[in-house]
Design a binder for this molecule. Structure first.
Ligand SMILES: Nc1ncnc2c1ncn2[C@@H]1O[C@H](COP(=O)(O)OP(=O)(O)OP(=O)(O)O)[C@@H](O)[C@H]1O
Ligand SMILES: [Mg+2]
Length: 400
C-alpha cells in the first residue's frame, strides 16, 4: 500500500521553474548563489509569511545547480556547540560528495529567539564570517530586535504572499496530476481562503480530494474549519494591532467564536505578538481580571457582567501594547483546543471503522471496537474483504 505523503511535500519544487509567484526572489537568490565569489555579503535572508516558498526556493536552487545542501533549522540552534558541530566544518571544507558546490540553508532563523542567550546567534555570526560558501537564511519575521545584528550582516529579500493566480495554477496542476476533477470555483475558493499560503492551500486541496474523483462546490464544507480560523485571525489582528474601540469590538462581535474561546486564543498568542515583558504582564493582568468576572457570572448567574469580561479582555489586551508591532506573527490555536480536536478526530475515525466492521460482522459498534486488535493483526498479513478507506486501514493497522 502507498504510504500517505502530504501533497505539499510530494509537489515540493525540484527546480526554480516550479516555484510560482516569486520570480523576483528566485532571480535574486539564484544570482546571489551563482555570483557568490563576487558578492560582498555572504548571506541572503529571505523573509515573508508562512508557506510562500522560502525553504523551497533554496532547495530548488541547490537541486538545479547540483550543489550539496547543508540544512539547519531552529532545533539545531540550541547551543553554540551544536552549530559548530553541524556546520562549522561544512562551511570551510570542500564537499565530499560529487557536487559542484555547496549551499548552506539556515532555516526559520526567527525561531532562535529564546535560545539566543546561549550562544546560538553569535555562533551563526561566526559561521557567516568564516564561510567559503553561500548561506541563505529564512525567517517569517526578521524585524525582531534580537535579530538586528544578523540583519546587518545579510542582504534582505522580501517574499510576498503567493498571488491568487499563481496559487490557482499550482492547485490546478496538482489536481490534474492526481487525476481528480476539481471544479474551478472550488480551486478559486481554496486559493482565496489560503491568503497566499500555498502550503495551506495544497493541504486543503488534499483534504477535500480525499476519497473523491470529482470535487464539487458542495464539498467545500470540509474545509470550513479553516474558514473559521481565518475569522479568528481577523479578531486577533484587530485586538493586537489596533487601539480603535470600534474596530476591536466589530471584530469581536462578528466572530463566530465564543468569548471563552477568544480568551484562549489570546492567552496562546499574547507572548507571540508582544515582545516587551511589561506588555505581556499587563495583558495577562487584564485577562485575569476578566476571569474574575467570569467566575462571578457563573457563581451568581449574573450575566449582566459579561460586558465587563469582554471589555477587560479586548481593550485590556489591546491597550497593553505601547505601540503596534509592524510584523507578521504566526498565530496558533490554543494548545488545549488542539488536543481536544485531535481526540475528537480519533474518536470519529474509530466510530467510522467500527460501523463498517460492525455491518459486515453483524455486531454492534462497541463489539467491533473490541475486535480491533485482531483486525489489526490480520491486516498486517493480508487484505480484508471490507471496504475501508486507505486511512482507515492505516488506523486499524496501528491499533494495539
Ligand atoms: N512559491 C511556491 N511555489 C511552489 N510551491 C510552493 C510555493 N510556496 C509554497 N509551496 C508549496 O508549499 C510547500 C511549503 O513551502 P515552503 O516550505 O517553501 O514554505 P516556507 O515559505 O518555507 O514556509 P515557512 O515560513 O513555514 O517555513 C512546498 O513544499 C510547496 O509544495
Ligand atoms: Mg520554511
Amino acid at each position: 500500500m502507498n504510504e500517505f505523503i502530504p501533497w505539499a511535500e510530494k509537489y515540493r519544487p525540484k527546480s526554480t521553474k516550479e516555484v510560482v509567484g516569486q520570480n523576483l526572489a528566485v532571480e535574486k537568490a539564484l544570482d546571489f548563489v551563482k555570483n557568490f565569489r563576487k558578492e560582498k555579503t555572504k548571506a541572503l535572508l529571505l523573509y515573508g509569511p508562512p508557506g510562500n516558498g522560502k525553504t523551497s526556493i533554496v532547495q530548488a536552487i541547490a537541486n538545479e545547480l547540483n550543489y550539496e545542501l547543508i540544512e539547519m533549522n531552529t532545533s539545531d540552534f540550541r547551543t553554540a556547540d551544536s552549530i559548530k558541530e553541524k556546520i562549522g566544518h561544512a562551511v570551510t571544507q570542500q564537499s565530499l560528495l560529487f557536487k559542484k558546490g555547496k549551499l548552506i540553508l539556515i532555516d526559520e532563523i526567527d525561531g532562535i529567539y529564546g535560545n539566543a542567550d546561549r550562544g546560538g546567534l553569535p555562533a551563526i555570526y561566526k559561521v557567516l564570517e568564516e564561510s567559503n560558501y553561500p548561506i541563505i537564511l529564512t525567517a517569517n519575521d526578521p524585524w525582531k530586535s534580537s535579530l538586528k545584528t544578523l540583519r546587518q550582516k545579510c542582504a534582505l529579500v522580501q517574499m510576498k504572499r503567493v498571488d491568487i493566480r499563481s496559487e490557482v495554477n499550482k492547485l490546478d496542476e496538482i489536481a490534474k496530476k492526481e487525476g481528480i476533477e476539481v471544479e474551478e470555483d472550488v480551486i478559486h475558493e481554496i486559493a482565496r481562503l489560503s491568503q497566499g499560503d500555498l502550503r495551506a492551500a495544497i493541504n486543503d486541496l488534499q483534504t477535500i480530494c480525499q476519497g473523491r474523483k470529482v470535487v464539487r462546490k458542495e464539498d467545500l464544507k470540509e474545509i470550513e474549519a479553516r474558514i473559521k480560523e481565518v475569522q479568528i485571525f481577523d479578531t486577533l489582528l484587530a485586538i493586537f494591532k489596533s487601539k480603535d474601540k470600534k474596530i476591536i469590538f466589530d471584530a469581536f462581535n462578528n466572530s463566530d467564536k465564543s468569548p471563552d474561546e477568544i480568551l484562549l486564543w489570546l492567552v496562546e498568542n499574547i507572548p507571540k505578538e508582544y515582545e516587551k515583558p511589561g506588555e505581556i504582564a499587563e495583558a495577562f493582568n487584564y485577562l485575569s481580571r476578566a476571569d474574575v468576572f467570569k467566575g462571578r457570572i457563573i457563581h451568581n448567574q449574573a450575566w449582566g457582567l459579561q460586558s465587563f469580561v469582554n471589555e477587560l479582555m479586548c481593550l485590556g489586551v489591546a491597550f497593553a501594547k505601547r505601540e503596534k508591532y509592524h510584523k507578521f506573527t504566526r498565530y496558533s490555536p490554543p494548545g488545549i483546543l488542539v488536543k481536544m480536536g485531535r481526540s475528537k478526530f480519533a474518536r470519529a475515525s474509530r466510530d467510522k471503522v467500527a460501523e463498517k466492521i460492525g455491518k459486515v460482522c453483524h455486531c454492534s459498534k462497541k463489539r467491533a471496537v473490541e475486535q480491533f486488535p485482531y483486525f489489526s493483526i490480520i491486516l498486517k498479513k493480508r487484505k480484508l474483504e471490507i471496504e475501508l478507506e486507505k486511512e482507515e486501514v492505516e488506523y486499524l493497522k496501528k491499533y494495539t
